[in-house]
Design a binder for this molecule. Structure first.
Ligand SMILES: O=C(O)C(=O)C[C@]1(C(=O)O)C=C[C@@H](O)C=C1
Length: 418
C-alpha cells in the first residue's frame, strides 16, 4: 500500500525512540513490544480486572480531574493552603468553588469537549467524522497509522482513540483486531457512521482523463461495483486513508487520478466531485470503537455490548461450546471474528499422528449484547473460561442506538449521475 505524505500536522510512526509531541516534524515511537506482554494470558484476567473495576468509584483520570477541581492543581498533589480564586482563569474559577456532586462521579462524559481524540488519517477522513460523532467538540488528533493512535492514548498524548473495526460492505478492519489484543486499551463505546463516498478529482478533470483511482482499501472495496458501472476500469491503488488520497492529488497536481473520499475532503483539498454516492450500497456504514486507558463502569440502565477475545490450545473445536454458553442464556451475539494467533500460528499434531499434521491457531473475537454488570453475562463468561485457555474482556460499553438512514447525494454533485 502506498504511503502518502500529508501536509497537515499529524502523529507519525517512527523507527527511532524520539519525541512524542504531535507536531508535523516530530515522530512517535511505536516500539517493538512482544504480543504476549499485553495479552494477559492468565485465565482469571477478566475476573480480576472486573473485580477491581467494580470496587472503584472513579477512574484514575477522573480522580485526577476531581482532585484538580478541589485543590486547583492539575498534578493531583493536595494543596490545603487557601488560594485566590480570582487569580484563576474564568473557566477555572467556577470549578474551584463548586462542591462535588453525584454527576462528578459518573463515567467519563460522552460530549467530549476538551477531549483529545486520536484517529487514523488526515482531516476529512471518515475516522475524523467518527471522532466528532463520538465526542462532539473534541480536539481530533490525526495519526498516520492505527498503531500510533493506540500509542497516543497510552502515552497520554490523547485521551481517547476512535478506530474503525468493521464496515457493512468491506468487512472487518483486521489490523485493529490485532492491535486491540496487542495493546491494553479498553473499549469504552462504539459509534456507527454512514459512509457516503464521492469520486474526487482536480477541477476541470473529466472522467475520460482518468487512468487511476486511489483510496483506502476499504474505500476501494466499498465502491468496487459502482466504479465498474461507471466505466472506470482503470488501475485502483490503495493508500493510507481516503482523505490522504484527496490531499495527495491536490498537493501533487495529479490530473489523471481520482480519489474516493468524502465531500468534506473535496472541500478541504479543493477538489471537484465527479460522482456522488458511489458506495455499492446506500446504507454503507462503518462501526468504530472508542478506546481509553481505563474501562468504564458497566451499567444496566441502557443497552450495553461486551467484546471479548479468547483462544484454546485445542483449536476451533471449542467454539461450539463457547457459543452455547451465550445461547443458553439468550444472549445475542452481534459479531464473531477470527484472527491468526500470532503467538502460536501453527500447531503440530504430534503424538499418535507423528508430527505431520498441523492446524492453524486462532484468536476468536466475540461481541455480545449484554452488560458485564448483568449476572447472565458474568455466568456466561465463567462458563467460557472453563472451555478456553485464554480469555480477555476488551470492554463493556453502551451500544450505539442512534438511528440513521441512507444519506442522499449532496447538492454539490456535478458531472456524473449514477
Ligand atoms: O480512510 C478513511 O477515511 C478512514 O477513516 C478509514 C476507513 C476504514 O478504515 O474503514 C473508515 C471508514 C470507511 O470505511 C473507509 C475508510
Amino acid at each position: 500500500m502506498r504511503t502518502l505524505l500529508p501536509s497537515s500536522p499529524m502523529l507519525r510512526y517512527s523507527q527511532s525512540p524520539a519525541t512524542v509531541t504531535p507536531s508535523r516534524r516530530r515522530f512517535i515511537h511505536c516500539g517493538n513490544r512482544s504480543d504476549s506482554s499485553a495479552i494477559g494470558s492468565s485465565r482469571s484476567d477478566w475476573q480480576s480486572s472486573w473485580a477491581i473495576l467494580s470496587s472503584k468509584v472513579v477512574s484514575q483520570e477522573q480522580s485526577e480531574s476531581l482532585l484538580s477541581s478541589v485543590n486547583g492543581h492539575s498534578n493531583g498533589s493536595l494543596n490545603l493552603v487557601p488560594f485566590d480564586n480570582n487569580s484563576l482563569a474564568p473557566n477555572q474559577q467556577s470549578k474551584k468553588t463548586t462542591p462535588l456532586s453525584i454527576t462528578d462521579l459518573s463515567p467519563a462524559p460522552m460530549h467530549g469537549s476538551n477531549l483529545r481524540v486520536a484517529y487514523q488519517g488526515v482531516p476529512g477522513a471518515y475516522s475524523e467524522a467518527a471522532a466528532g460523532k463520538a465526542y462532539p467538540n473534541c480536539q481530533a488528533i490525526p495519526c498516520d497509522q492505527f498503531e500510533v493512535a493506540f500509542q497516543a492514548v497510552e502515552l497520554w498524548i490523547a485521551d481517547r482513540a476512535v478506530l474503525p473495526v468493521e464496515n457493512s460492505l468491506g468487512g472487518s478492519i483486521h489490523r485493529n483486531y490485532d492491535l486491540l489484543l496487542r495493546h491494553r486499551l479498553h473499549i469504552v463505546g462504539e459509534v456507527q457512521l454512514p459512509v457516503h463516498h464521492c469520486l474526487l478529482a482536480l477541477p476541470g478533470v473529466r472522467k475520460e482523463f482518468l487512468t487511476r483511482v486511489i483510496s483506502h482499501p476499504q474505500g476501494l472495496a466499498q465502491c468496487e461495483h459502482t466504479l465498474t458501472k461507471l466505466g472506470l476500469n482503470v488501475a485502483r491503488e490503495a493508500v493510507d486513508d481516503t482523505a490522504g488520497a484527496a490531499e495527495f492529488i491536490a498537493a501533487n497536481n495529479v490530473r489523471d487520478t481520482a480519489a474516493i473520499a468524502s465531500a468534506r475532503a473535496a472541500e478541504i483539498y479543493g477538489l471537484e466531485i465527479l460522482a456522488d454516492g458511489i458506495q455499492d450500497d446506500a446504507s454503507n456504514v462503518t462501526r468504530f470503537v472508542m478506546l481509553a486507558r481505563e474501562p468504564i463502569i458497566p451499567r444496566t440502565d441502557r443497552p450495553f455490548k461486551t467484546s471479548i477475545v479468547f483462544a484454546h490450545e485445542k483449536g476451533t473445536c471449542v467454539l461450539f461450546k463457547v457459543l452455547s454458553a451465550f445461547a443458553f442464556r439468550n444472549i445475542s451475539l452481534t459479531k464473531i471474528e477470527s484472527r491468526p494467533n500470532h503467538n502460536v500460528p501453527i500447531r503440530l499434531v504430534d503424538e499418535a499422528n507423528v508430527g505431520t499434521a498441523k492446524h492453524f491457531e486462532y484468536m476468536f473475537y466475540v461481541d455480545f449484547e449484554a452488560s458485564m454488570a448483568e449476572a447472565r453475562a458474568q455466568n456466561a463468561l465463567s462458563e467460557v473460561q472453563e472451555f478456553t485457555s485464554f480469555l480477555r474482556v476488551l470492554g463493556s460499553y453502551p451500544m450505539d442506538m442512534t438511528s440513521w438512514s441512507p444519506s442522499p447525494p449532496s447538492s454539490s454533485s456535478s458531472t456524473l449521475s449514477l
